[in-house]
Design a binder for this molecule. Structure first.
Ligand code: 5GP
Ligand code: MN
Length: 326
């Protein structure tokens, strides 16, 4: 394991970078990728930025996002180093990890407690609110001062992963960094408007459809919503535009764990998880082959219907609740 200063020195030893992050990228994935990419470019490095599936509509306002390419445009042999951001395991960089050369140098920069340490170099810090916070520290160690573009990207990373500074991962350190990024040119009102308040009519109608599926289990502790196959294409949306929907079942009083079950196109059920009390959804996700944080996590289950997936997931929840004496 290395710290931010060591990671800065390691990165500076390389010239040709592939910077990537997890599939269904969120604000932290795209924001930390752009922050690091634009920063390293100031040091004369050659930068390719790639995200499996491309950039969701509501994150395209971030400066430089038009330079992010998708996985099928990449020859993974061309790079000195592959930087993997915000990804607890390598399978999260779907579409590219299978094609990486065996001897490739990987820099793993992430804040998930469930991180597998898959890199040649690993800078994993679960006390960081967002990977963007780690990138900020790396840039300062490289003596790169954030310009307004970098500040916008890193602020977006930290703001989105903390629910605009209201989730339990909101620390004074994250707030101090965010304040510095505002001094450097990030505009919180503009960023919030772009991320959350510039939605298509379809995405609001989709929210209505999804909210209509909300249910609470017999224990009264688990609530969930569902996204059925075909709904995304009906409203011309991608999966990323269901981001945040899982927060609604979490709002119901008495609920300890909330889920969103998404029937994905590749015969997969993608599951998003949120915890309201002490229940550790990161642990649950890890048991199911996924990962995440104690309060926000996810996994994918193959070839199952939502009902099958839900039964499996809930049985694990009950098991863990019993173990915890709850
Ligand atoms: P979200 O529900 O916002 O997509 O994800 C919540 C958290 O869980 C994020 O930190 C995300 O990276 C992680 N996560 C979501 N799905 C998966 C998954 O399938 N595998 C792993 N390892 N992590 C996931
Ligand atoms: Mn993150």
């Amino acid at each position: 394991m290395v710290n931010h200063e060591e990671m800065a020195q390691i990165l500076l030893r390389h010239q040709k970078f592939l910077i990537t992050a997890h599939i269904m990228p969120d604000g932290d994935a795209i924001g930390s990728m752009l922050g690091l990419g634009l920063g390293l470019q100031k040091k004369g490095r050659s930068i390719t930025m790639m995200c499996p599936g491309g950039v969701p509509e509501n994150l395209k306002f971030m400066p430089g996002s038009n330079r992010i390419i998708s996985d099928n445009e990449i020859s993974p042999h061309e790079y000195d180093i592959v930087v993997v951001l915000d990804s607890s395991d390598l399978e999260r960089i779907e579409g590219i990890y299978e094609r990486l050369p065996k001897d490739v140098v990987i820099a793993n920069i992430d804040h998930h407690a469930t991180n597998k340490g898959y890199g040649t170099y690993n800078y994993v810090d679960s006390t960081s609110a967002a990977t963007g916070e780690q990138v900020y520290k790396i840039l300062l160690s490289m003596e790169i001062l954030p310009d307004p573009d970098i500040a916008t990207c890193l602020f977006t990373a930290i703001a989105t992963d903390t629910g605009f500074f209201k989730f339990s991962n909101t620390t004074s350190a994250a707030l101090r960094i965010a304040a510095d990024l505002v001094d450097k040119g990030a505009s919180p009102d503009h960023i919030s408007e772009q991320v959350y308040e510039d939605k298509s009519l379809g995405s609001l109608k989709m929210l209505g459809r999804v909210l209509d599926t909300v249910q609470v289990d017999t224990s009264g502790k688990i609530a969930w919503v569902e996204v059925h196959k075909g709904w995304l294409s009906e409203f011309s949306l991608d999966e990323g535009q269901t981001e945040g929907f899982v927060n609604y079942p979490r709002m119901i009083e008495g609920i300890e764990v909330a889920f969103i079950f998404r029937e994905s196109t590749e015969d997969k059920i993608r599951i998003g998880m949120r915890s309201k009390g002490n229940f550790d959804v990161g642990l649950l996700a890890e048991m199911l082959g996924g990962g995440g944080h104690a309060k926000a996590a996810g996994c994918s289950l193959n070839h199952q219907s939502i009902d099958e997936a839900r039964k499996l997931v809930f049985s694990k929840v009950y098991e863990l609740m019993e173990l915890a004496g709850g």
